[in-house]
Design a protein around this ligand. Structure first.
Ligand code: PMV
Length: 340
C-alpha cells in the first residue's frame, strides 16, 4: 500500500481485443486492434531509499522489492516482469535527462520507485494486462520525473520491454494501451493508424481457459520453419483480409466485416491455433445470427468475438453460454493511456 503524503501519480491504460490479423502481424503483416473499457491503473511514488517496490495484488505480487541496482537480475516473479523491465528501461534511457531538481536522487539512480497496480479485469481474459501495465509504468515514471514523452517514445520503450521479457511479439497490444481507439497496426509500430469507427457491436465470449501466448507463438514459428511457403501464403491471405476489413470498418459495412471475420477464422484454424471450445463458441454465435465470429488473440483459449445486429444479440449470448462460454460486458474503441 502507498501510505505517505508524497506526490502520487495515477495512470490508467485500456486492455485490448484483436479484431483481425493475429499471428500474421508477428511476421511483418498488418492487424487491427481495438481498446476496451476495462483498464489497468498504476499509482506511482518516489521512494527515499534506492529501492523498487511493487504491489500488484491481481497477479499475487505483494510488497515485492529489490535495490534499483539489481533491476532485471535474479529470479523475477512472472507478475512483476513487465513492470520491472519497464522501470529498468526507463531509467537506462532517461536517467540523464531527469531534470536537475531531482538531481540528488533519481539522477544518481538512488531514488527509489514505489508502484501499485490495480486491474479492472482478470489477467486470464487475454486483454493484455502485462502490456498495459508496462505502458502505465513508463507513462507514470515520465510524469513523476516531469519528462515529456510522445506516444511513439512510450511505444518504443514499452516494445523494448516486451521483447526483453518474452523475445517475440508484434507490440499491437501496447499500441492499443497507448493510443486507444481502433488501430491499423504493423509489426513493431511501423504503422500505427487510428481508424474512424462509429459503431462496433461486438459480443465477447470468454472460454474460461488462459491462452499461453508465448508458447502458441513459438509453436506457430516452428510450423513456419517446417512449411515456410504454405505459411507465407496464409500470412499473405490474412494481410489481404486485414486491408479489406480496414475499408469495411471505416465504411461501417458490418455485414462485410463479419464475413471477413469468418474468413480470418478459417486461416486461424489452418494455422492450428483455434481450440474445440473456441470453435464451438464461434459456430454457436454464427448459427444464432452473427454477421461473423472468430477467435481474438493467440488462440488456444482466452476470448472469441462475434459481430451482430442488435436484434440477434440476446440469442447469440445465450448460444455462447449454452456451449460453456462466458459473455463479458465489454465496450470497445475507448481512450488510451491517461493521467487520472
Ligand atoms: O494472446 P494475445 O491476445 O496477447 O494476442 C497475441 C497476438 C499474436 O499476434 C499471436 C502475437 C503478437 O504479439 O502479435
Amino acid at each position: 500500500m502507498i501510505k505517505n503524503m508524497k506526490k502520487t501519480i495515477t495512470i490508467s491504460a485500456p486492455g485490448k481485443l484483436m479484431l483481425f490479423g493475429e499471428h500474421a502481424v508477428v511476421y511483418g503483416k498488418p492487424c487491427i486492434v481495438t481498446s476496451v473499457n476495462q483498464r489497468i491503473s498504476i499509482k506511482a511514488q518516489k521512494n527515499d531509499e534506492p529501492i523498487f517496490v511493487l504491489n500488484a495484488p491481481d497477479v499475487e505480487i505483494n510488497n515485492y522489492s529489490k535495490p534499483l541496482s539489481d533491476l532485471g537480475n535474479g529470479e523475477i516473479p512472472k507478475g512483476a516482469k513487465f513492470v520491472e523491465f519497464a522501470v529498468l528501461n526507463f531509467l537506462e534511457k532517461y536517467r540523464s535527462v531527469i531534470p536537475a531538481r531531482f538531481a540528488d536522487s533519481a539522477r544518481r539512480a538512488n531514488a527509489g520507485i514505489q508502484l501499485e497496480t490495480v486491474a479492472q479485469f482478470k489477467s486470464t481474459f487475454g486483454f493484455g494486462s502485462s502490456s498495459a501495465s508496462a505502458v502505465c509504468t513508463i507513462k507514470a515514471l515520465a510524469e513523476l520525473f516531469e519528462i515529456k514523452l510522445t506516444e511513439k517514445e512510450i511505444f518504443d520503450l514499452a516494445y523494448k520491454t516486451v521483447l526483453d521479457v518474452q523475445g517475440l511479439g508484434s507490440g499491437f497490444d501496447l499500441a492499443a494501451a497507448i493510443y486507444g481507439g481502433t488501430l491499423y497496426f504493423v509489426t513493431g509500430g511501423k504503422t500505427i493508424q487510428p481508424l474512424a469507427i462509429s459503431h462496433l457491436p461486438l459480443i465477447v465470449g470468454y472460454t474460461g481457459v488462459k491462452a499461453d501466448t508465448a508458447t502458441i507463438v513459438k509453436e506457430v514459428k516452428a510450423r513456419f520453419e517446417k512449411y515456410p511457403k504454405l505459411l507465407k501464403n496464409i500470412y499473405d491471405g490474412i494481410a489481404m483480409i486485414v486491408k479489406e476489413a480496414k475499408i469495411a470498418l471505416e465504411k461501417n459495412d458490418l455485414e462485410k466485416v463479419g464475413q471477413l471475420m469468418n474468413l480470418n477464422q478459417g486461416y486461424l484454424e489452418t494455422l492450428g491455433v483455434s481450440s474445440e471450445k473456441l470453435s464451438a463458441m464461434i459456430y454457436a454465435a454464427r448459427i444464432a445470427g452473427a454477421y461473423g465470429a472468430k477467435l481474438s488473440g493467440a488462440g488456444g483459449g482466452d476470448c472469441m468475438i462475434a459481430l451482430a445486429p442488435s436484434s440477434k444479440r440476446k440469442a447469440i449470448e445465450k448460444a455462447i453460454e449454452k456451449v460453456g462460454g462466458k459473455v463479458l460486458e465489454v465496450e470497445v474503441n475507448t481512450e488510451g493511456v491517461k493521467l487520472t
